[in-house]
Design a protein around this ligand. Sequence first.
Ligand SMILES: Cc1cc2nc3c(=O)[nH]c(=O)nc-3n(C[C@H](O)[C@H](O)[C@H](O)COP(=O)(O)OP(=O)(O)OC[C@H]3O[C@@H](n4cnc5c(N)ncnc54)[C@H](O)[C@@H]3O)c2cc1C
Length: 332
Amino acid sequence: MVICYIPLKEGLAVKHSAHGLLAKARKLSSQVTALVVHCGIQEEDIRLDCDEMVMIRLSEREWPVSSCHIQAISSFQRELSKEGPFLFTSSPLTNEITVGLAARSGSTIINQAMDITMDNDRLIVKRELYGGKACTYEYASCSNYISIDPAFLNYYKTSSKRPVSIRHLDLNVPKNDSIQFIKNKQLSWKEIGLTEASCVIGIGRGVYQTPALDQIEILAEVLNAPIGGSKVADELQLIPRERRIGSSGITIAEADIYIAIGISGSSQHLEGIKNVKHVLAINNDAAAPIFKRCDIGIISRYENVLPQLIAALKNGDGVKNIEDIGYTAAGV
Ligand SMILES: Cc1cc2nc3c(=O)[nH]c(=O)nc-3n(C[C@H](O)[C@H](O)[C@H](O)COP(=O)(O)OP(=O)(O)OC[C@H]3O[C@@H](n4cnc5c(N)ncnc54)[C@H](O)[C@@H]3O)c2cc1C
């Protein structure tokens, strides 16, 4: 049996990465259990490809506190005593959860895995080394907590299946009052990690030594979007090393929108945005390869575009039509 942890906040759709996690589990075992920790979602709304779905509800106040998720998982383990590797999708929350679980149980964790396979009844976990230039294979056991990088889980389609069996569990453990949720703080664009943001701005050589860099920061502020960039942007010290996007940097798998400014769109850069849903590219060269990857392309110097884009966004209506900001969408 393999158990997959699926955190599902009310009103949010099941992410592709959650379906990907279940698909990975399917390849490992014919028995897959999904532990859905949720915040009030109706079970009829959930479509997951698993044999059994166990649901535990947390309150809105408990949701952001990792120790409440740990309590939910501990409840599940105690009540149902199921054996099997526990799979998670890597995120800041699940990384905290796996560390907490491992500390309590003395088990080992393997975080940010690329893949997990079975070979002669042994679980083998593949992990990246040196930003993807090499990888390592580690044996795992049934008691391991393993989290898989969402960048390697996003190719799976939404399931239309209803789980075969559904049960609800109460969170019947004494509440841990030493840790309490105080308030929600919206992180600013400077604090949000590129891999957690839903909108990311990427800058490249095209913005180097231009007078409109402040406009990029204003756009980041308006959209609350963190700024990353190309390898060249990193080498020109426009962004810190850990904000490089691409094959030798990070992958921004969770972003819905990527705004590429002054980036040509090399294959190495595109590798880091391959799972992004929508790309808006601003580049003054109509032949730049980024225009082949984008949904909306604006062929112009970025300095001419950003003031109007920012004004349109500040207006509150957003940009409904790219013609509104005076530039023709590239025919891509
Ligand atoms: C082993 C290896 C690993 C690599 N890993 C990565 C990686 O992880 N990530 C990565 O990004 N690259 C990586 N690269 C480098 C990659 O090949 C490219 O060199 C790099 O992505 C180019 O960066 P860029 O788009 O910022 O610059 P350029 O390719 O120089 O593009 C700049 C663009 O800005 C446009 N421009 C200029 N002025 C303006 C303006 N005023 N307004 C709007 N547009 C303007 C230009 O038309 C041009 O298209 C790697 C290379 C190798 C060999």
